[in-house]
Design a protein around this ligand. Structure first.
Ligand code: 4AD
Length: 450
């Protein structure tokens, strides 16, 4: 009852408070400031003393509400996720997060909160419930750390490419061609015509080598994946590059360079500590990566009791090494593996056949411990007639691909490229088990919300 009577007023005799983001409060020791944010944690020391951790996305600050400030009705019923405005002085305090404390002289609720927040996002909530409430889960400390690291990794990837003279481009994602087989295409009606959500930007990147040289793009790819695994999404960000005048071995070296240089940049970035919190063992992998032929991988699996399926069938030439056996093999070897030279029968139409054996392709998957495949790439067929033959073999209409085919008509050049799945890279680098935890709003089989 008594608490309700206390109403705070701003003391107009105090020096005017300047507004700062939480991250910059540490530079304002001794100054009076104004800060906005959400209540992250509350500790009640006594009836007249509360410690409130406030976050605004740039950081966390410990706020002290003392005396009357802790006695208002709003203070008595204060709940996490309330949006607040706080005025006060910044003082040094070794015990607080970031070494400073905001000693409030006035504060106000900006937006009240529904008090069910903690029960909705608690550890006991099932996976489905957490996914349904992803918009609230994203406010959590762990989840926001991953999303911030994702932003850092995107910067590091871009910096890598720019330092190597690549041009960034933005191909369309509404397309009328397929790149990775018809079974995973999302089809849509485009003003009466059939169109698809792109499976990969590769074919467009290939059209750009002649005008821009080495190119890269970071774009959404879509696959109607019918399987529920911990590394498949239906919408995912792919980091793709396409390079003219390289040989197969150069392609492998470029992928190594991308992975190693990006990790190096993460470890030199302001997010280094956060990265190491996620994965204390994160370090630049040793080069060169192990190269392993597809045929040797099959032999390795068969020798090491890694089976094709639950019925313990052994692998034969042409079999896909699916997620489970692939990961078993990668984990057993325990370091990055370039799995190379896949049989043509199991790969896409655009892949260049190997000189030494027409049944194989100059193709590569990069496998990482804990995750499995994070990169897929190849050299491309650059002979016009061979490409036309591949369309036919794959049941594709060459007229739909005229613009792609034209690259072989107007000064065809040897070239190759690859795509790195950003989510899978993050899972590997930061030790995250499930890919749905490294994206904002995961799209999976049966889930297109929130
Ligand atoms: O191996 P993929 O299918 O290769 C391509 O799409 C090529 N056209 C890329 C290129 O050469 N430009 O896919 C490349 C990578 C995979 O290694 C994987 O990391 C990721 O994209 N990826 C997926 N990530 C999440 N969910 C899915 N459903 C994915 N499918 C592929």
């Amino acid at each position: 009852e008594k608490a309700k009577l206390i109403v705070l007023t701003k003391d107009s005799n105090l020096t005017k408070a300047k507004k700062f983001k939480v991250k910059y409060l540490k530079d304002q020791i001794g100054e009076r400031v104004k800060a906005f944010g959400w209540v992250h944690r509350i500790r009640k020391q006594s009836n007249k003393l509360m410690f409130v951790i406030v976050r605004d996305g740039t950081g966390f600050v410990q706020t002290v509400l003392a005396g009357d400030l802790a006695l208002t009705y709003d203070a008595q019923v204060l709940h996490v996720e309330t949006c607040v405005k706080i005025y006060g002085k910044i003082v040094e305090d070794e015990r607080a997060v970031g070494g400073i404390e905001l000693q409030a002289d006035y504060w106000k609720v900006v937006g009240q909160t529904d008090t069910r927040y903690e029960s909705i996002v608690s550890k006991e909530s099932g996976v489905d419930n957490l996914l349904k409430n992803r918009h609230l889960v994203l406010r959590g400390e762990n989840t926001s750390r991953i999303i911030k690291l994702r932003s850092t990794v995107l910067k590091c990837l871009r910096d890598h490419y720019f330092s190597r003279d690549y041009i960034e481009v933005n191909p369309p994602t509404l397309v009328q061609t397929q790149c990775e087989g018809g079974s995973t295409l999302f089809k849509l009606d485009y003003f009466g015509e059939t169109a698809y959500l792109t499976q990969s930007s590769q074919l467009y990147l290939e059209t750009l080598n002649s005008s821009y040289g080495d190119v890269f793009c970071i774009a959404s790819s879509y696959r109607a994946e019918k399987s529920k695994t911990r590394r498949h999404l239906t919408e995912f960000l792919q980091v793709e590059a396409e390079c003219p005048f390289i040989k197969f071995e150069d392609l492998l070296t470029r992928i190594e360079d991308l992975v190693c240089d990006t990790v190096k940049r993460i470890l030199e970035s302001p997010m280094k500590e956060e990265a190491l919190k996620m994965n204390p063992d994160l370090k630049v992998p040793e080069r060169p990566f192990l190269r392993m032929n597809y045929t040797d991988a099959i032999e390795y699996c068969n020798k090491n009791k890694i089976y094709k399926d639950d019925k313990k069938n052994i692998f034969e030439f042409g079999d896909d090494i699916t997620e489970k056996p692939e990961r078993e093999m990668t984990d057993k070897i325990g370091k990055p593996i370039f799995l190379i030279k896949f049989p043509a029968v199991m790969k896409s139409f655009y892949m260049l056949r190997s000189k030494e054996n027409e049944l194989l392709t100059d193709s590569v998957d990069l496998l990482m411990p804990g995750v499995g495949e994070i990169v897929g790439g190849s050299m491309r067929e650059n002979d016009l007639n061979k490409l036309l033959k591949r369309y036919e073999e794959n049941g594709l209409k060459d007229k739909d691909y005229y613009w792609y085919t034209d690259q072989r008509r107007f000064g065809s050049a040897p070239h190759g490229g690859y795509g790195l799945g950003l989510g899978r890279f993050l899972c590997w680098a930061f030790n995250v088990r499930h890919i749905r935890d490294v994206v904002l709003y995961p799209r999976t089989l049966g889930r297109c919300f929130p």
